[in-house]
Design a binder for this molecule. Structure first.
Ligand SMILES: [Zn+2]
Length: 78
């Protein structure tokens, strides 16, 4: 009985340590986000899905939105 309780505490400690370690690691390499001006979604800054317009770089969730922006950047740029 005592052994089981000890094992339970050990599992709890290990779980807590790994959870906090995981969240810290996640926080450290959190990528910068940008707003997709076409659909308004927050997206990761992916150079493959970006377009420069009047000195600003815009990022998109998909190639479809990127092409939509390139067709009419004045409509979507701030
Ligand atoms: Zn989008």
């Amino acid at each position: 009985m005592k052994r089981t309780a000890l094992a339970m505490i050990l599992i709890l400690v290990v779980t807590l340590a790994s959870v906090s370690g995981f969240s810290q690691a996640k926080k450290a390499d959190k990528p910068e986000k940008a707003k997709d001006p076409v659909c308004g979604l927050m997206v990761d800054k992916d150079p493959k899905l970006s377009s420069a317009h009047k000195g600003e770089t815009y990022y998109f969730c998909s190639k479809t939105d990127l092409e939509e922006f390139r067709k009419n950047p004045a409509k979507y740029a701030k």
